[in-house]
Design a protein around this ligand. Structure first.
Ligand code: GUN
Length: 306
């Protein structure tokens, strides 16, 4: 897929694709209702007052309501005991109106996040963080798993940019987190890519990226991937959301940038996601998709494919 550099990279519009997915979810919700089943139910649990978490959780609840889901939010004080969080998850596990449970991360330091995440019924784990779901993805049972929302959304964008398929392409995932990097690598492997996971200890990252037909950057370092690292014709997906100073916009102003130097990369890439408006909107759409999938499975109905 080598080609000459051009200044015409396709901008992968996550907002538009997320709107298409949302429309498909709305159809799925109608079909469940038409067959006599209740609306999908999503419970979001927030512990503490982290400002960014409050914004994310609010957006998730609004989107769920917009889709006609049964949507509940539990906001617990930062000093809530771990046992209380576990008791809430246990109650939601046995609540027949709830299909999806999301515990917003990060949790306060006195709470063992793994213990909480592992207490969620894997069938209701719409974040896809439970080791059962991680394992099902790893053994290639995607149809029985719930998959982490951000990488699932990234894969949809990548497939849009590569309609002839991904098989045999070299994919580089930068970042090895459980939420993005590792599940992204599994999804790309499932698509028969040759996958490299690079991270902060990798030697000669520019050389690794220069080999890649597909680059997914999820490291949280502003504009770390430079344009001249991007192979001509590569598909570039930017999961980063970094707020940096923007004195050109006035004193004290900031702006959001990704992990990729976007303007530099555009002339090299075949397709690239912007920040904001690329991966971000896909994450929330895939959370809703996972909740619908969980609801369909609970109702004994075939879920739509996303
Ligand atoms: N905090 C930041 N991203 C996420 C996410 O995808 N899920 C949860 N539960 N918490 C987060």
């Amino acid at each position: 897929m080598d080609r000459e550099p051009s200044s015409s990279a396709e901008i992968l519009d996550g907002k538009a694709v997320a709107a298409e997915i949302t429309a498909k979810i709305a159809v799925g919700v109608e079909q469940l209702a038409a067959r006599g089943h209740r609306a999908p139910g999503l419970a979001v649990v927030l512990v503490g007052e982290d400002a960014a978490s409050q914004v994310y959780v609010g957006a998730k609840g609004r989107k769920a309501k917009e889709l006609g889901f049964h949507s509940v939010q539990y906001t617990l004080p930062a000093d809530t005991a771990q046992d209380e969080v576990l008791a809430l998850v246990a109650a939601l596990n046995s609540d027949a109106a709830i299909d999806g449970i999301l515990v917003q991360l990060p949790l306060p330091a006195h709470i063992d996040s793994s213990a909480v995440l592992e207490s969620i019924d894997p069938a209701k784990d719409v974040d896809g963080f439970h080791p059962i779901n991680v394992g099902r993805l790893a053994v290639g049972e995607r149809d029985r798993a719930l998959v982490s929302c951000t990488p699932a959304g990234c894969l949809i964008l990548i497939k849009r940019a590569l309609p002839l398929g991904l098989a045999g392409l070299d994919a580089v995932v930068i970042g090895r987190s459980n939420i993005v990097g590792k599940p992204m690598a599994q999804l790309l492997l499932q698509e028969s890519c040759t996958v490299t996971i690079a991270h902060s200890r990798s030697r000669d990252l520019p050389a690794i990226v220069r080999r890649a037909d597909i680059v997914v950057a999820a490291v949280g370092r502003a504009e770390m991937v430079r344009g001249d690292w991007v192979k001509p014709g590569a598909v570039v997906v930017d999961v980063g959301m970094n707020r940096i100073a923007a004195p050109e916009r006035g004193e004290g102003k900031t702006r959001l940038v990704g992990d990729i130097a976007f303007a530099e990369a555009v002339p090299h890439a075949r397709a690239i996601t912007p920040v904001p408006g690329g991966v971000g909107p896909m994450t929330i759409a895939m959370l809703m998709a996972n909740t619908l999938i969980a609801a369909c499975r609970a109702a004994g109905q075939e879920p739509p494919q996303f």
